[in-house]
Design a protein around this ligand. Sequence first.
Ligand code: CP
Ligand code: NVA
Length: 333
Amino acid sequence: MSTDLRGRPLVKELDLTPGEFRRLLDLAARLKAERATGTERQRLQGRTVALIFEKASTRTRCAFEVAAAHQGAATTCLDPSGSHLGHKESVRDTARVLGRLYDAVQFRGAAQETAEELAAHAGVPVYNGLTDDWHPTQMLADVLTMTEHCSRPLDRIAYAYLGDARSNMGNSYLVTGALLGMDVRIAAPGKLWPRDAVVARARELAATTGARITLTEDVGEGVRGTDFVATDVWVSMGEPPEVWDERIALLRPYAVTMDVLRATGNDEVRFLHCLPAFHDLGTAVARELHARHGLESLEVTDEVFESEHSVVFDEAENRMHTIKALLVATLAE
Ligand code: CP
Ligand code: NVA
């Protein structure tokens, strides 16, 4: 079951070739099937993985811990309050220490440069568990979920991402689809499109992979004929709460509603969200925004989130299977 990724980092999607990305998905599907049939074999016994979290996480942390445990590896979680990282010790020194003790390091935080610096100095694989720029382990889960809900090959799958597209998820959806030769639509206000450099790189890649790239402010054009509609929170971790009002004003027309799903013209369209999602009033932030704006939901309505179109919990489960594939591919003998 080995792949050719032993010792390799994953700090952004474009660290992988299209073939490597696809082989990781195949490995994840095989590991998922092994788990389901009770035939999983431990390939990472004695391995150790450090998990650095400068930002909060439910899925990513749990997915790494559970995937490692299933495969016989041990994990240590570090957060800024419980370690010297960034306060008393530089990223470079931390990388060299962790690289002596651990077989791999996961990093979640704001700066992509920190993930890159860890990877440059750790001497072991470093995985990006989300930065402000990219969320590559999420993309592995999302594309695995697409393969499970659409029988066509990846290069004949179309998806649209609606919402805040200049954040990690928008960037990652754009380059991942470009890498895999897919039909990628970004529907967002121009102010919130991915940076020009990211769009240029995606277009350059598309020219070699056959991907179709559309950036539009028009929701109808964005979603027409798509197999998947995806969104993300409108204000990401690390952004100040003051931006909510402006963001809501900009993004209200891009909320995923049943009308948006109908506009795909595809009865079988599926809804994706990396989660957490503001689809109801179940959180303090949502209730506070409801008091100010009168909105029952933000980026996706509860109707869509709870509908048969929604595959968000398959997607969340697939974080674990795909992260397991990444660990096995980079760390197993
Ligand atoms: N989707 C995702 O990365 O979730 P967490 O923030 O809970 O890890
Ligand atoms: N864009 C979101 C993704 C959360 C998984 C954030 O960075 O907060």
